[in-house]
Design a protein around this ligand. Structure first.
Ligand SMILES: *Cc1c(COP(=O)(O)O)cnc(C)c1O
Length: 460
């Protein structure tokens, strides 16, 4: 696997930017999440430029999903790059706004928005990407007595024939269509038509566009172009029932695979997934499908804004999870395969279980010439805690060795739990030769900080 640009090996040691993994581990302990600021900026710029180049038709904007990594310092980095964000619900929206992100580049998404979330979005001029008729009612009720108009878009469900292909999330061979049908967000078309009419007629909310998000089911570009074509078909239907209404902006959501994407890699028999298409290819293909679809349905794409909300692809490559080997032991029943126990746990790497993720990894502290042996990399919880089954590591791997799990910048730290009373690890930001804590480690006491013990149970 080719290393991302911020990673290099120097005298056998892994470096993040100008700092060795060993130094980070010694200074901040393990397990620890490290994020390269330079890589995050590099990937953000690459996606932004790719999108702008692919869509000269109108404004192009990147709205990286906040949920992929909620460290506020990283949001400050992205604010510096001028990009907005997708937020899910009130708490994410409030946190993102607290960092000073430009509200005009924020979308409030989510399947069940509270009135508070919608009120906050209206107050700040944040786009509200509506998900259900109930939310339409809330918006219209909140804006009917004047004040700031709400800027809303309709989230439509992904459709089209290309969803017949297999999903990378499934280990049972489910098609994308089957999984998409089981996923609740978005309006059915008939509901969207009704919602659009009531918004356009209201005068108090402005229907500025549409939204669709497929999720990271596949790297197949034809699937993506099919979803975009189907989305435009749905827009045309809405336009027809709304007196020729036209979207000023179209948001195609996220779901783009990162390089070396870990999702689905642990599915038995799937084999190594092909490298996903580059951001440049992705953006060209979706932009072309959008332009062609719009032309086919008699819309002018000129001046229409195109937005994308990649989370994994922007944050993922910049992150590394550093963990030390605690022990190497042999299964009495399976002497051909050893367990290499790490001081981390699948509880800090939830997608290992949830999305069959297998993070690429390297021995980070030394070169080993020892021949490879098959092992299961495991964590330290009481569960099976298999982080990578049947992988090859140098035969002399030993306690104290440092392992770096790569591509862990997205959806990893945000899903950590306290199972087995493990305090959650710190996140540090690496920038050149500087390393700074941006989310400190939890203390063991904090794991129980919310507990309250009724006096009658203590006998005091
Ligand atoms: C999760 C999500 C994203 C980001 O998805 P990635 O797979 O990280 O690119 C974008 N938009 C919406 C609405 C989402 O739910």
């Amino acid at each position: 696997m080719p290393l991302h640009e911020h990673l290099s090996f120097r005298d056998g040691e892994l470096f993040l930017d100008e700092v060795s993994a060993g130094q980070i581990a010694r200074e901040f302990g393990t397990p620890v999440f490290a994020v390269s600021e330079t890589q995050l900026r590099r990937d953000t710029r690459r996606w932004t430029k790719a999108l702008e180049d692919a869509w000269p038709d109108g404004p192009a904007a990147l709205l990286p999903a906040f949920k992929a990594n909620t460290c506020l310092a990283l949001r400050h980095v992205l604010n510096g790059e001028g990009v907005g964000c997708d937020t899910f619900g009130e708490h994410e929206l409030r946190a993102a706004l607290s960092t000073g992100v430009d509200p005009a580049r924020v979308s409030l998404n989510g399947t069940n928005k509270s009135e508070g979330a919608i009120r906050l979005a209206i107050e700040h001029g944040v786009r509200i990407t509506l998900d259900s008729p109930r939310e339409v009612e809330t918006v219209l009720a909140l804006t009917s007595s004047g004040g700031r108009p709400a800027l809303v878009r309709l989230r439509l469900r992904p459709g089209g024939e290309t969803l017949a292909g297999p999903s990378d999330f499934s280990d049972r061979g489910d098609s994308i269509a089957e999984l998409a049908a089981a996923y609740r967000p978005g309006f059915a078309l008939a509901d969207a038509e009704r919602a659009a009419r009531s918004i356009v007629d209201s005068g108090s909310a402005r229907l500025v566009g549409t939204h669709v998000h497929l999720g990271r089911h596949t790297t197949s570009l034809s699937t993506w172009s099919g979803v975009v074509s189907d989305h435009v078909r749905q827009i045309a239907r809405i336009s027809a029932v709304c007196g020729g209404w036209r979207p000023a902006e179209i948001d195609l959501g996220g779901g783009y695979a990162e390089r070396g994407s870990p999702v689905g890699q642990a599915i038995v028999g799937r084999g190594a997934a092909p490298e996903p298409p580059s951001p440049e290819r992705y953006t060209q293909v979706v932009a072309q499908a959008l332009r062609a679809g719009m032309r086919q349905h008699g819309f002018d794409s000129k001046g229409v804004a195109l937005q994308l909300e990649p989370g994994r692809a922007v944050y993922g490559p910049a992150g590394v999870h550093l963990t030390r080997v605690v022990s190497v032991r042999r299964s009495p029943e399976r002497p051909d395969r050893q367990w290499v126990e790490l001081d981390t746990t699948e509880q800090f790497l939830a997608d290992v279980v949830l999305e069959h993720a297998r993070y690429p990894f390297v021995l980070a502290n030394r070169v080993s010439a020892a021949p490879g042996v098959p092992v299961d990399l495991t964590g330290s919880s009481c569960g099976f805690d298999i982080i990578a089954a049947g992988v090859t590591v140098p035969g002399d791997i030993a306690p104290g060795d440092l392992v770096a799990l790569l591509n862990t910048g997205a959806y990893v730290e945000t899903q950590t739990t306290n199972f087995n009373a493990f305090p959650r690890p710190a996140t540090v930001l690496v920038s050149g030769d500087l390393v700074e804590v941006i989310r400190r480690a939890e203390t063991p006491a904090e794991v129980f900080a919310r507990d309250r013990i009724p006096a009658r149970l203590t006998g005091r």
